[in-house]
Ligand binder design. Sequence first.
Ligand code: MLT
Length: 252
Amino acid sequence: MFLVHLRPDLVTPGSLAGTTAVVIDVLRATTTISAALANGADAILPCLDLDQARQRAEQISPRPLLGGERQGLKIDGFDLGNSPSEYGPDVVAGRQIVFTTTNGTRAMSAAADARRVLLGAFVNFSALLDVLQEDSDPIHLICAGTDGEITQEDVLLAGALSAELVERGRQPANDAALTAIQAWQAIPGENLVRALEESRGGKNLLKLDLQEDIDSAAEQDRWPAVGQLDSCAMSIQMLGNRPAIADEENSS
Ligand code: MLT
């Protein structure tokens, strides 16, 4: 069985023990992390706030990259922002990345009680479903939302995953799962970019002139790497073998 949570705070406290959680922040944290892992990053080290991120980076040798955003923008003194295109193989291969974003890293922390925490995006859609197929635990799809509000981009991915899970014999166990499936089925597949543009997260990115990030986030299976959070170490590593990235264009 599986459930959808439209915001992290809607997860019933204590209900994740013994389950698999999938954290969803399509625009852009889980998309960017999938890109970084597919492009060879060793590990992503999520941090909730800037001080924690800077301190953690100082304690690691060789020095990790610092990446993430506040109000969508690269943080002062950080190496990278939160655009997938910044996480190409030339930059991230073999590196650890200390990473903090406004909503995505908070949602990861909210999911940390689950037996297993995976990261979901359209860019790793099929790879994630392959992992879930082998997992018999209850699944919780947790939408990160934006600034405490439900966001359409995350609900659409939760709906797309839910529809596939139903196809594969899993039962939806809450109404939010049914709502997410209906939201997903209401948009024709070719209109995903438009639906992301109209979403709360999408509008924020358009204001920052980051259409390219919306386009990347809508590319199903572009970066087929599934990140798994080690909640004790607060470290995200890629499950399985690194995918072959077909050409230079795929890597940026
Ligand atoms: C977040 O985690 O809040 C988002 O990824 C924000 C963003 O688009 O940069």
